[in-house]
Design a protein. Sequence first.
Length: 259
Amino acid sequence: MKAHIFIITAGAVLSVTAVKAQKKFNPDSLFKEAAKTELWEPVPEKVTPGKTPSEAPSDAILLFQGNNLNAWQKKGGGKPGWKIDASGIMNVVKGAGDIETKQGFGSCQLHIEWKSPAAIAGNGQSRGNSGIFFMGRYELQVLDSYNNPTYVNGQAGSMYKQYAPLVNAARKPGEWQSYDVVFTAPRFYSDGQVQEPARITVFHNGVLIQNNVIIKGNTEWIGASVYKVHGNKEPLILQDHGMDGGNPVAYRNIWIRPL
């Protein structure tokens, strides 16, 4: 009987406490507290996205859209020797040399589409080899990696000789492929020492293959990667990898957003 009385009494106490809590509830004070962590400025600039994931947004710089090579020059200067075919595709010309953007870039978002030849020639690094060099020195590998064994830190989507891709998302030779990249440029102290290393995130055909990895320095064919101080903005380079017999790559729909 005493226990029964206690339960009723406890319930009554809880009810009174709940009523008191309701009386203390003040929505205006809660909104004032929430407002202390609200930011209203600066208002982000409005950007119109493309109609498809591959279409350039309104604030992008168009590096190649099939009409001309006005944004490019031969590496080091001069007219680029690569050719645009009748369908508006940019094709590597064996022996013509690398091409670079006339404009320099630092941290950026890049979209680029590429295709290795449908007719397979060679194997390993000799099949559809090219590369995208951020700031002229940090290479994201382009290679026909569809059923084509090679060293994994040199296959398509690798940060050359530094990081293999998380997965192999390569399409068949002759099919268009895409890279969507977020690149963060390195920063240097005034004495040339590295303040912040470069970083890169890469999606290959929509699949995450490099997840904000720290770039170790210039990507080298032979030897260790080491940083060498350079400018805040440097050209983007596309590689003519003719040394292994050609098998040239084609490019289209290249756009970039400086960050």
